[in-house]
Design a protein around this ligand. Structure first.
Ligand code: SAM
Length: 172
């Protein structure tokens, strides 16, 4: 991925300073995602009932709708690479990246997402390095410690990173 996330975040923070009074706060955003888990309603299945069915149904729906994602992932050599994924949702892409041989770390703003991804890893016996609750705006990992940073469908949900008029947002 050619996108320079850190530069976009820095650019956006300067926009954010200008728009501070009108911008929705990170706590409200986290509350939204905690109460509306990404993609969950699309699955048509209930996480409480049967994890395996839940993730299978969700992934089939997701990759039928967004078949370009696995196709794009296939173009990246993840084998042996240290990968940080930001904004995990239900962890469908996390699983794809791990199955392609990455040494995977994940970060999401919500505990709900992290718990769901951990449930996926457990039921499917997937290996991973670290998973944390935290923000893309204050990444709790050491600088320059990853070969690849992957984030899909996240940046445009972060007001600091994507205020109206920031051209970086169309490239995410
Ligand atoms: C639209 S979902 C996308 C999830 C997944 N990447 C996908 O494509 O299905 C957005 C995810 O990003 C997370 N998120 C939102 N703001 C974030 C932030 N500032 N830092 C890290 N994660 C964030 C949300 O909790 C949610 O899990």
């Amino acid at each position: 991925m050619q996108f320079d996330f850190r530069r976009a975040a820095m650019l956006s923070i300067s926009h954010a300073k200008e728009n501070k009074d009108t911008m929705i706060g990170e706590k409200e955003i986290a509350d939204f995602w905690e109460t509306h888990p990404c993609g969950e309603s699309a699955s048509g299945s209930n996480l409480q009932d049967d994890y395996e069915t839940f993730f299978r149904t969700y992934d089939a729906w997701r990759y039928q709708k967004e078949a370009h994602i696995p196709a794009c992932l296939d173009q990246i050599d993840f084998r042996g690479k240290k990968v940080l994924e930001i904004g995990l949702g239900l962890g469908a892409d996390s699983e794809q990246i791990i199955r392609r041989g990455a040494s995977w770390c994940g970060l999401d703003l919500t505990k709900g997402s992290v718990d769901r991804v951990l449930a996926r890893f457990e039921v499917r016996n997937l290996p991973y390095d670290t998973i944390k609750v935290g923000s893309a705006l204050d990444i709790p990992f050491t600088d320059n410690s990853f070969d690849i940073v992957f984030s899909h469908g996240v940046l445009h949900h972060i007001p600091e990173a994507c205020p109206a008029g920031n051209p970086s947002c169309t490239q995410a």
